[in-house]
Design a protein around this ligand. Structure first.
Ligand code: AAO
Length: 508
């Protein structure tokens, strides 16, 4: 009995680290700024069948409508209320999405903006996505309701200017955004009510926006008020998956480890360092990735949410710097995402973006604010082209063959150890995942030709980077693995995609 109690206690306190994905689904995709109706359709027609575990959606709560600049993407990080009413859709459409995605085994994770309300400089009025009244001047947010008592002005009513001062980072305003007094039970309850509404609808977890700007203990108090997940789709007693946006590249007062008690953290070093390696900056080489993960100073694997780029650093917001790879650098990007999905470290998130007109002036993109493809402010639907790519300005990196097939690779390799590492001392590397999967990457300026131990059973395998296995045939490169597990690989340094990946389910 004691043992059972102990087990359930461990189960409970570990629960928030588990993504609640369906068995065998091991990554999620951020469908940045997508409409709920499009996400519902994407779950059914693509994400479910292709083995994606879930979707991170843009903030679903009512926000300020900003007209200057015109409808920037970042208006959604300025809450006005907790009504489910945004450019992505209304509450009915949100519920329909959650139901339809869950029904095909794809989970929904909500980007929860709970650290603050809108910027202090917005005029009073009803310029909001659901028409609710708000007055930043006297801190009135009628539709919650919040008033001047619910903000941190008594502790700090200015901007965060010094990231070496933890009190400032947590009590002052991030970019002028009105900072909620999260130590107040009233505020905690309003936030928990919002999150419980989402949990009851069927979401599987949350990204906690600006978690670094909240005290870990305040977050914990809010999480303690959350319901278990909806038993229509989750086993009873399941807790929401929590990943906290804590930017810790080192050198500041706040460490991401302070947040481990609440859930996972976004590991920003991952994309920053991997980008530096793939770009071969600072003398970095792929061969140095042999001890990738904790060996590189990253947080423990079971506390990390990893990604190559996110909606901020793909356009110069947030942190990570110039090394961050995005769809704009497609060839290197696919290699980096391929590496991430092949490597066992962390829980992986794939980015899915829209295109915008970049305009660099003095090294800064002055169009970094541009919102999603739209007609007079209304977000355009995601259309699907005959070749399965997306139209209307949506990039859909998650539909690129190389990325989609590596999502499947990660599922096939689930639970298998990192194994059979090989490198040439430079930028040619290979590694496997037990006896289930193997990847070879050539980022050198010369071709790769090597006979490698794959760990796989003998057979002919289809490379899922250059092609697909369809009806037992392979539209790409074929790899012969012999009885001793070895195979010959050749990758030209000028190949469209200089990497090869094979796995148990790509065996012909
Ligand atoms: C907008 C306007 C503002 C206006 C405001 C209010 O742009 O001019 O004042 O409205 O009217 C997004 C946009 C913001 C936007 C906001 C609200 O990015 O531009 O403001 O919506 O509409 C920090 C936070 C992190 C945050 C990131 C952007 O720690 O939480 O800034 N990310 C989230 C969201 C993001 C959103 C918000 C939070 C707000 O993902 O989309 O903002 O809800 C250092 C710190 C980081 C800090 C960065 C940037 O990073 O460590 O914590 O991120 O600075 O301030 C090196 C260092 C690295 C450093 C970096 C940059 O790389 O190693 O540590 O340099 O200095």
């Amino acid at each position: 009995m004691k043992f059972l109690l102990l087990l359930s206690a461990i189960g409970l306190c570990w629960a928030q680290y588990s993504p609640n994905t369906q068995q065998g689904r091991t990554s999620i995709v951020h469908l940045f700024e997508w409409r709920w109706a499009d996400i519902a359709a994407e779950c059914e027609r693509y994400l479910g069948p292709k083995g994606f575990g879930g979707v991170q959606v843009s903030p679903p709560n009512e926000n300020v409508v900003i007209n200057n600049p015109y409808r920037p993407w970042w208006e959604r990080y300025q809450p006005v209320s907790y009504k489910l009413c945004t450019r992505s859709g209304n509450e009915g459409e949100f519920k329909d999405m959650v139901t339809r995605c869950n029904n095909v085994g794809v989970r929904i994770y909500v980007d929860a903006v709970i650290n603050h309300m809108c910027g202090s400089g917005n005029p009073a009025g009803t310029s909001s996505t659901c028409g609710s009244y708000y007055n930043p001047g006297n801190r009135e947010f009628k539709a919650v309701p919040y008033s001047s008592y619910d903000f941190n002005d008594n502790k700090c009513n200015g901007e965060i200017s010094n990231y070496n001062d933890a009190n400032q980072v947590r009590n002052c305003r991030l970019s002028g955004l009105l900072d909620l007094a999260l130590e107040k039970d009233y505020v905690r309850t309003k936030i928990a009510d919002y999150m419980n509404n989402l949990i009851n609808i069927g979401v599987a977890g949350f990204r906690l926006d600006a978690a670094k700007h909240m005290w870990p203990g305040d977050i914990k108090a809010i999480l303690n008020k959350l319901n278990n997940l909806n038993t229509k789709w989750f086993s009873s007693g399941s807790r929401a998956f929590i990943f906290q946006e804590v930017i810790d590249l080192g050198g500041e007062a706040i460490k991401s480890s302070e947040y481990f008690g609440n859930g996972r953290v976004t590991e920003f070093k991952y994309g920053a360092k991997l980008g530096t390696v793939v770009r071969k900056w600072n003398g970095e080489k792929l061969s140095y990735l042999k001890n990738w993960g904790e060996g590189w100073g990253l947080v423990p694997s079971d506390r990390a949410l990893v990604f190559v780029d996110n909606h901020d650093n793909q356009r110069g917001h947030g942190a990570g710097g110039a090394s961050i790879l995005t769809f704009w650098d497609a060839r290197m990007y696919k290699m980096a995402v391929g590496f991430m999905l092949a490597h066992p470290y962390g829980f992986a998130r794939v980015m899915s973006s829209y295109r915008w007109d970049r305009n660099f002036q003095n090294g800064k993109d002055v169009n970094d604010w541009i919102g999603p493809p739209n007609n007079n402010g209304a977000t355009k639907p995601v259309t699907i082209n005959a070749d399965t790519t997306c139209g209307n300005g949506w990039v859909c990196e998650h539909r690129w063959r190389q990325i989609r097939n590596m999502v499947a690779f990660r599922n096939v390799a689930d639970g298998q150890p990192f194994s059979n590492w090989w490198d040439n001392g430079s930028n040619q590397v290979a590694f496997g995942r037990g006896n289930r999967a193997f990847i070879v990457i050539n980022n050198d300026d010369r071709s790769l030709s090597a006979n490698l131990q794959t760990g796989l059973p003998a057979g002919t395998y289809c490379d899922v980077i250059s092609g697909d296995k369809v009806n037992g045939n392979c539209s790409g490169i074929k790899i012969q693995v012999s009885g001793d597990g070895r195979a010959q690989f050749s990758i030209s340094n000028s190949a469209e995609d200089p990497f090869i990946a094979i796995h148990a389910e790509s065996k012909l």
